[in-house]
Design a binder for this molecule. Structure first.
Ligand SMILES: Nc1ncnc2c1ncn2[C@@H]1O[C@H](COP(=O)(O)OP(=O)(O)OP(=O)(O)O)[C@@H](O)[C@H]1O
Ligand SMILES: [Mg+2]
Length: 234
């Protein structure tokens, strides 16, 4: 589904991503792991067109994403939930959700919104409240819900667990797993919380200093003591 080939990107003289290749198969979760500065965020930004590759590309189905303007990514079925939960706190929960369809000719239907509220009942309770009342976990649910409203085929998630209590992380990860099973969604999950990510992922890719160290079944990575100690911090 998402085929990453020799992807290379830089910020001026700083190489952030250096010849990374792997495939994130359809209907599966691929965890992207690695320490601070490994290049995880840069990988997602390069896939979604926020950062242009200096070499290599990513294909979504057969579409070369390096040639697609960033504002067209959503229509191709790519959704990117960046680091940091960018909710607009002055808008209501529902207004924030509707932003997920911005720029699309077909606006969100009531049934689309109801589906998000079924997935995240806490958002339903607060739909007409401004988003500043939401907790960190609820904000994460809101940005995931907003991305889902665009009905993506591939969902890129950057550190959704950051700063959340383990119980909330487990809730969010369970939901991601169920979306993959029910909708055939393809997920690329960037995480520093490698242990939790590998517990729901099918595959894992480990980055270090912009390079791919290994790509394998999640269970194989989780069982590799040397790799865990060297790169995954558990
Ligand atoms: N805007 C920027 N300008 C210059 N260098 C940057 C910028 N953003 C990231 N870098 C550098 O690119 C490299 C990869 O950073 P990146 O943010 O992709 O790593 P990461 O794996 O997401 O790290 P973290 O776990 O801290 O989020 C690092 O060396 C970083 O310092
Ligand atoms: Mg990052």
């Amino acid at each position: 589904m998402l085929d990453i080939r020799d992807l290379t990107a830089a910020y001026g003289p700083v190489t952030a991503l250096d010849g990374v290749s792997f495939t994130a198969p359809e209907g599966k979760i691929t965890a992207v792991l690695g320490a601070n500065g490994a290049g995880k965020t840069s990988l997602l930004r390069t896939i979604s067109g926020l950062l242009r590759p200096t070499k290599g590309t990513a294909y979504l189905a057969d579409q070369d994403l390096s040639r697609v303007p960033v504002e067209r990514m959503s229509r191709l079925g790519l959704a990117h939930v960046p680091e940091g939960r960018g909710v607009i706190t002055e808008l209501t929960v529902e207004e924030n959700l509707r932003l997920g369809r911005l720029g699309r000719a077909d606006r969100a239907k009531p049934t689309d919104l109801e589906r998000i509220y079924t997935l995240f009942p806490k958002l339903a309770d607060r739909r007409h409240k401004t988003a500043h009342v939401l907790s960190g976990g609820e904000r994460q649910m809101l940005v995931i819900g907003r991305a889902l409203l665009a009905t993506p085929k591939v969902l890129l998630l950057d550190e959704p667990s950051l700063g959340l209590a383990p119980r909330i992380v487990a809730q969010i990860f369970d939901l991601l797993k169920s979306l993959v099973e029910s909708d055939g969604l393809t997920i690329v999950l960037v995480e520093q919380n490698a242990r939790s990510a590998l517990s729901i992922a099918d595959y894992g890719a480990v980055l270090n200093l912009g390079k791919l160290v290994v790509h394998d079944d999640a269970a194989v990575l989780a069982a590799d003591d040397t790799l865990r100690h060297a790169y995954l911090g558990f």
